[in-house]
Design a protein around this ligand. Structure first.
Ligand code: SF4
Length: 555
């Protein structure tokens, strides 16, 4: 056995496959150390491997378990957009056509799942026979049970039957029409009777959430045991996929599931990660901290995924310090009160300063704040307020190492800001912040603007992008590769600006309009209207503000 697999400590018991178990490959399109650190991948693998009617082998880009000669199912968990190129490479290495339309009965059914595909499967739709949308808890078993029913059928019948299962999306059974080759989508319709017009994304409503099924020193976070404390986030910042995509907000029961899960994990490791979009939002978070502050946990190293600003108390800081964590990360987005109202971030600069002083008095040595440029309606004055806020934090908590990580606003499907484009001035704004902050001793870490553009392209892409993605993959991972591919395909699909920078009209058919959102479009539009209440009067100097006001008008 490969040494990486041999180093694993399993927290579940794989089943012994029965004689005619379905030969299945479950892949993560990146290296083992990355894939095995994904809680989603771990949990799906354990779910599949716990069934005796499947014979599951794992596949990563750098290693794999012994693979079946004739797999019937091949699954991918996609957590990072650009890993799509690894999916295509893995398919090629297995001699499987990369497009579903070119596969026949001798090829496995290729399925995908994970946050990227659930948010917007369309740019990748042509590569998959089926895509599992939403929470895997019940969906995986429903899928395997349905597959067992159609196992002996021909490929078209299999697809047709599986498409009837709630949460299973079979892209080839939907026809997308366009206003013109370079225009928007005109309609998305199922091509057969019995195929649902709307695919119901699955939502698990139990109070036992996920926990690691494997702990290993070979993971990117060495020997970490992860528990999911909450799912989604009740704050609903209007740009936030982590909140809107997975609503409603759900919490793991403290006594019934969280503490027992933690006890199980700490039998095999002393490193604990509390995961979730907003872990401190758990209604019993204080009680969880009290539990972890007991002496038997003194040697446990604790990591928190994310923390809400106004929950950074001295007690939280002390707990982290006691458990070997020296820094904390909070997302503040902006120093401008107006922009925070635009995005629905219920936070004041005073609370940010209070969080910094609590972090320092609790013994933490570093604070990382996350912000964003290019928020719809942003004006130069808003950036100045961000700089001023950071100066004030530095003054209030001297000695605390201050880092400001800054990304560019990227529109995400199923959020109220899905209609906005990426601000064309964002790159300039990042440079401006850099110029202002570095001399103040604030460690400014901008995220690549080019990467934000590619993210936006995939985030709002439709099926026409599949050809472009194939081309860009051959040219390399840079924004230049995508531009080159657009040039080559001119006349066959809209240009980059359409997908990335344009503000879309509210009556435009969205690439994901056939996939059920957690909230109906009318509600998203109401939330968008609430954001616009805080827009400044149309400014000639900010084309995005003017554009947004015009084009998101009601149909
Ligand atoms: S608080 Fe954070 S996780 Fe929650 S909605 Fe806002 S940005 Fe998203």
């Amino acid at each position: 056995m490969n040494s990486s697999f041999a180093a694993e400590r399993l927290l579940f018991t794989p089943a012994t496959p029965i004689a005619d178990a379905v030969p299945t490959i479950f892949a993560f399109p990146n290296e083992y150390s990355v894939g095995i650190t994904s809680l989603g991948y771990q949990v799906v693998w354990a779910t599949l491997a716990s069934r005796n009617d499947l014979q599951v082998s794992r596949l990563f880009t750098d290693l794999h378990e012994p693979l079946p000669a004739q797999p019937e199912l091949l699954g991918f968990s996609l957590s990072w957009e650009l890993d799509y190129s690894n999916i295509l490479s893995l398919l090629e290495s297995l001699n499987i056509p990369i497009r579903a339309a070119d596969r026949s009965a001798r090829h496995p059914l290729v399925f995908g799942g994970g946050p990227v595909l659930t948010a917007n499967p369309e740019p990748f739709a042509d590569f998959f026979d089926l895509i599992l949308l939403g929470d895997g808890e019940n969906l995986l078993d429903d899928f395997i049970a349905a597959y067992q029913e159609v196992r002996g059928s021909d490929r078209p019948s299999q697809r047709r039957q599986l498409a009837r299962i709630p949460g299973i999306y079979v892209p080839s059974l939907y026809e997308v029409r366009y206003v013109s080759a370079e225009g928007a989508i005109a309609s998305i319709q199922p091509i057969e009777v019995g195929v649902p017009a709307q695919i119901e994304k699955q939502t698990y409503r139990g109070n036992t959430l996920s926990a690691s099924t494997v702990v290993t020193e070979k993971a990117a976070w060495e020997n970490i045991y992860m528990v999911e404390v909450v799912r989604s986030c009740p704050e609903m910042c209007r740009f936030c996929l982590a909140s809107y995509l997975t609503l409603p907000f759900r919490t793991a029961s403290l006594e019934g599931s969280l503490i027992p899960a933690i006890e199980r994990g700490l039998k095999v490791t002393r490193r604990l990660g509390l995961l979730g979009a907003s872990v401190t939002q758990h209604p019993e978070f204080e009680a969880l901290l009290d539990h972890l502050n007991q002496s038997q946990y003194d040697s446990v190293r604790l990591s928190l995924a994310s923390v809400r600003t106004n929950t950074v108390t001295s007690k939280l800081a002390e707990t982290l310090v006691k458990h070997d964590t020296r820094s904390i990360t909070i997302a503040v987005e902006s120093g401008s009160d107006r922009l925070r109202q635009v995005i629905n971030k219920k936070l004041t600069n005073d609370e940010i300063i209070q969080a910094a002083t609590s972090a320092r008095s609790g013994g933490l040595s570093a604070l990382k704040l996350y912000g964003m440029v290019g928020i719809p309606s942003e004006e130069p004055d808003d950036l100045e307020q961000t700089v001023e806020m950071l100066r004030a934090v530095k003054r209030a908590a001297p000695g605390l190492r201050l880092t400001f990580g800054c990304s560019t606003f990227v529109p995400k499907s199923h959020t109220p800001f899905q209609w906005f484009g990426v601000n064309l001035h964002a790159e300039k704004q990042l440079k401006l912040l850099q110029k202002q902050l570095r001399p103040q001793g604030i460690d400014f870490r901008p995220e690549s603007y080019s990467w934000s553009v590619i993210q936006a392209l995939i985030s709002r892409g439709d099926r026409r992008l599949s050809t472009l993605l194939e081309l860009a993959r051959h040219y390399g991972d840079s924004l230049g590769s995508y531009r080159r591919a657009f040039k080559q395909l001119k006349g066959q699909l809209p240009d980059l600006d359409f997908y990335v920078h344009e503000t879309w009209s509210a009556d435009q058919v969205l690439p994901w309009s056939h996939i059920q959102s957690a909230l109906p479009q009318a509600t998203l539009l109401k939330h968008l209207d609430s954001a616009k209440d805080y827009f400044l009067p149309v400014s000639d100097t900010n084309p995005q503000t003017a554009d947004a006001k015009l084009t998101t008008a009601r149909p």
